[in-house]
Design a protein around this ligand. Structure first.
Ligand SMILES: C[S@@+](CC[C@H](N)C(=O)[O-])C[C@H]1O[C@@H](n2cnc3c(N)ncnc32)[C@H](O)[C@@H]1O
Length: 489
């Protein structure tokens, strides 16, 4: 497997395995023997069962022990600690459907965890297809050696599906989704030597939410009991299909309820929840952003602080491939549900622009999770209604905030500047803690300063009206192609 300087090598999950992520494809080296048996079944599933999305593959080479497969690279790599509850549920459902499809032919999964899945828009795709193996293969796996109490197929799910799907889903359902995401980050598979414990969850739950913790524990215990029953039935009658059906009913009992937050009715409250064809009720911000996004050179869009995603959806309706991030998980859940109902090409993610997700390594070394600055980007970046939160709310320097928002943009950056006279800043000081504490520190917060900062950072800036008139769109085109920028830009 050839590796170039721009490729990223990910620590392989198995001895002799290798995984290389290149610009437009992925190379995966896996064990030859099980793959030879599994491939015809997977090829059959791909053509006959559209409820199961498997990443495409093509064999590029083989030797006595291994085969190397080439996959298309999905456009957005995102991890379970960035997913809303609905996405974790869909990834769990996909595992159940896949197990149900392979079980009658004597196959099972040797890995059953959310890092097997990436999202292609709203659709979960099973990418780790080397996880499908003949049931007999399980007895050769080191990590199952000390688990004789259950059938080995159930032991895989006990070891991975319970801690990384069932338990976090129980926490999501109890209204502790942020804790579930924190645990999925802190105990990402193979990043630590041990599995997450309830005490790890508890240490991340603020005391005012301990009643939710108690609810999550109760839900999890019920799910555990159901799991033990379906595992015992598997030991008794050997039906992996029944086991898959039992798992599926556990997962369905963990479906999250739609959540709301102070931000989920943002567009309705502003009277901006319009359909996507321009009418006279559209304001200048909506009209201008639509015209700017319409240019064909813009293929991918990253919407930073997307809220429930009106602009992300507008971009998707213009045929763009969109990633939309917001720190508010209820907003991201709402966007995932709408985008699913409307079949829009959007990957919605829970992410805080102030705390980018760093790289994560295997406990034995080797890269496991790629840092977010290398994963999140787009031909165009929308940064609407966010700059003032970063500067006036969180106290970030204007230049640093602009640099942070501009970094993921390849060609076009649209930043909205909200002036100090804007009614939100004047009427809702509670939102803007840093500004309320010391207004004098913000003398340099001006449209001119913002334009100057962008100019120094290789952007040509044009101003366009936003809405209301105390807001302005800074429409920025990269002056220097991204590949030629100095490293510190
Ligand atoms: C004023 S709304 C703007 C929504 C949308 N971009 C627009 O202009 O219509 C601000 C949004 O920023 C999100 N937000 C605030 N701080 C954030 C942060 N540090 N990272 C990501 N999103 C953030 C909020 O959750 C909220 O949805």
């Amino acid at each position: 497997m050839k590796i170039s300087s721009v490729d990223i090598e990910i620590a392989a999950g198995e001895p002799g395995g290798r995984l290389i992520i290149a610009a437009d494809h992925v190379l995966r080296r896996i064990d030859r023997t099980p793959w030879r048996e599994v491939e015809p079944l997977l090829a059959h599933i791909v053509t006959t069962d559209h409820s199961i999305s498997l990443v495409g593959w093509q064999q590029v080479s083989a030797d006595a022990e291994s085969v190397t497969l080439r996959h298309p690279r999905l456009r957005q790599i995102a991890y379970p600690h960035e997913w809303c509850a609905e996405m974790l549920l869909e990834a769990a459902r996909l595992h159940c459907r896949l197990l149900a499809a392979i079980a009658p032919c004597g196959f099972t999964l040797k890995d059953a965890h959310p890092w097997n899945v990436l999202f292609d828009g709203i659709r979960p795709v099973f990418v780790d297809i080397g996880s499908v193996v003949p049931v007999g293969t399980l007895s050769k796996l080191d990590y199952l050696r000390y688990r004789p109490r259950r059938p080995l197929a159930a032991a895989v799910f006990h070891l991975m599906f319970l801690p990384f799907f069932v338990c976090p889903l129980a926490f999501h359902q109890a209204g502790l989704g942020n804790t579930a995401r924190q645990v999925l980050w802190a105990y990402a598979l193979n990043s630590t030597h041990r599995l997450p414990r309830l005490t790890d969850y508890l240490s991340m739950v603020p005391p005012r939410h301990w009643h939710r913790f108690a609810r999550a524990v109760l839900t999890m215990r019920q799910a555990n009991r159901k799991f033990n029953k379906v595992a015992a039935a598997l030991a008794r009658d050997g039906s992996l299909s029944q086991f898959a059906a039992g798992l599926s009913s556990i997962v369905e009992s963990l479906a999250p309820l739609p959540a709301s937050s102070a931000y989920t009715s943002y567009y309705a409250a502003k009277g901006e929840e319009h359909d996507f064809d321009i009418t006279e009720s559209w304001n200048a911000k909506q009209i201008n952003v639509k015209s700017l996004l319409a240019i064909p050179e813009i293929v991918t869009v990253l919407d930073i602080a997307c809220n429930t995603g009106w602009y992300a959806r507008l971009a998707a309706r213009l045929g763009k491939r969109v990633t939309a991030v917001d720190v508010d998980a209820a907003c991201i859940g709402a966007l995932y549900r709408t985008a699913t109902d409307e079949s829009e090409d959007i990957v919605p993610l829970v992410a805080n622009i102030l705390a980018p997700s760093p790289a994560r390594h295997h406990y034995n070394g080797g890269l496991l999770l790629i840092d977010s600055s290398q994963r999140l980007g787009g031909d165009a970046v929308l940064a609407l209604g966010i700059l003032h939160h970063l500067v006036l709310g969180s106290g970030m320097a204007l230049r640093d905030a602009l640099r942070r928002l501009a970094a993921p943009a390849k060609r076009l950056l649209i930043v909205e500047f909200v002036a100090l006279e804007d009614s939100v800043v004047v009427d809702e000081p509670g939102f803007f803690a840093a500004f309320s504490r010391n207004r004098e520190d913000f003398a340099g917060y001006s449209l001119q300063e913002a334009c100057a900062a962008l100019d120094v950072n290789h952007w040509d800036v044009k101003l366009m009206p936003s809405y209301p008139s105390t807001r302005t769109l800074l429409v920025c085109s990269r002056r220097v192609p991204i590949a030629r920028l100095p490293a510190n830009s």
